[in-house]
Design a protein around this ligand. Structure first.
Ligand code: NAD
Ligand code: TYD
Length: 369
């Protein structure tokens, strides 16, 4: 049985990881540590919050004493470190929080792990650091995909902060012998994703009849992976990955942004054609007045420093761990749209901030992003 500390477990991928892990390993203990910034939502953990072996702690990864206390109290043997500021556009407008959480916060986590696991208990342990393909920078159209040995070339404050944290994790292994692993994953999509990221943003904007902003010429390419397949990749790394190892996780699924937006538009039109109740629920949607969702596409000013193309070569994960994504894009994107239509109250609450009243009554007022 494992006892796992999941940082950032109320965020998009962290919450999916909690659900994945409860399903696969119900006897394990999971302790979620999350500061509940704008991106963290305890409602994403509603289904597990009363389960035996699940604990939620509202706190900051920068609080080293708190983290050390949790590692000791719950006899944690594994950390899966998701907590981060994660949105590139926010990092452009306000990089400080990215430096604080992603670099200083990760360092604080490493110090706590070293203190408890190396200086203290001496137990077998694993510190798994969840990172991104964005650390490798931008590819040209004919470049081969990123491998684990591609040189780092981060271009945004977000990717630079993640790159720094990756280096710190590596250094704690080489210098102190901390048992670490790192995964660099491509763009995720799926349930519980905050609607500031491309796919959920397009879905909610169609439902509200709002413009669908496409940055620049819409030809930037991302490599999309269903979030459960990311969680499965982390699972394999924890179980079979080499200590000190770095693994790229991806789905071999490159799309230009404009093609993704058009695909989501077409699938939303299908949903409205199939289900008349949507016309009543979402009266501002273009389909209600006989227009196609694509009519909302609006090209807007490009993101500064916008990386042109990301693509992951997941051959190492496949060869060493037997990793193969299970979800196809055709099914994953449909599942995601269905989830958004079934969970309107979730995304309305995170967008209008109304769940904060609930948060304040449950957790008191704390610093939140
Ligand atoms: P997210 O923004 O949805 O969630 C981040 C979570 O971390 C939130 O719950 C937030 O409250 C929490 N958090 C932020 N600062 C904290 C702090 N100081 N202390 C404690 N908790 C804090 O992010 P996500 O999309 O779920 O990404 C999770 C991780 O995966 C990040 O490290 C990100 O870099 C990485 N990643 C994301 C993607 C993607 O496509 N979303 C792809 C590859 C890697
Ligand atoms: P995003 O979901 O923010 O992820 P990342 O920047 O980490 O890849 O954006 C995915 C792609 O979509 C990226 O190339 C920027 C683009 N994009 C838009 O064109 N319009 C939008 O409104 C957003 C949020 C993103």
């Amino acid at each position: 049985m494992s006892k796992i500390l999941v940082t950032g477990g109320a965020g998009f991928i962290g919450a999916n990881f909690v659900h994945y892990w409860r399903g696969e390993y119900p006897a394990d203990v999971l302790v979620v540590l999350d500061a509940l910034t704008y991106a963290g939502n305890p409602a994403s953990l509603e289904a597990v919050k009363e389960q035996a072996g699940f604990h939620f702690v509202h706190g900051n990864i920068l609080d080293q004493a708190l983290v050390e206390g949790l590692l000791r109290e719950h006899e944690i043997d594994t950390i899966v470190h998701f907590a981060a500021e994660s949105h590139v556009d926010r990092s452009i407008h306000g990089p400080d929080a990215f430096i604080e959480t992603n670099i200083v916060g990760t360092h604080s986590m490493l110090k706590a792990a070293r203190e408890v696991w190396l200086a203290g208990s001496g137990r077998e342990h694993r510190f798994h650091h969840v990172s991104t393909d964005e650390v490798y920078g931008s590819l040209g159209p004919a470049d081969p995909p990123f491998t684990e040995t591609t040189a780092y070339a981060p271009n945004s404050p977000y990717s630079a902060s993640k790159a720094s944290s990756d280096h710190l994790v590596r250094s704690y292994h080489h210098t102190y012998g901390l048992q670490v692993s790192t995964s660099n994953c491509s763009n995720n999509y799926g349930p519980y994703q905050f609607p500031e990221k491309l796919i959920p943003l397009i879905i909610v904007n169609i439902l509200a009849g709002k413009p669908l902003p496409v940055y620049g010429d819409g030809q930037n390419i991302r490599d999309w992976l269903y979030v459960d397949d990311h969680c499965r990749g982390i699972d394999l790394i924890l179980k079979k990955g080499e200590v000190g190892g770095v693994y790229n996780i991806g789905g071999n699924n490159e799309w230009t942004n404009i093609d993704i937006v058009k695909l989501v538009c077409a699938l939303m039109d299908e949903c409205f054609a199939r289900d008349e109740a949507l016309n009543v629920r979402f009266p501002a949607a273009p389909e209600v007045v006989g227009r196609q969702a694509e009519s909302l596409i609006t090209y807007v000013k490009d993101r500064p420093g916008h990386d042109r193309r990301y693509a992951i070569d997941a051959a190492k994960c496949r060869a060493e761990l037997g990793y193969v994504p299970r979800e196809s894009f055709a099914t994953g994107i449909r599942k995601t749209i269905a989830w958004m239509l079934e969970n309107e109250s979730w995304w309305r609450a995170v967008m209008d901030g109304s769940y904060r009243n609930w948060l304040d009554s449950h957790y008191g007022r704390m610093r939140r992003g």
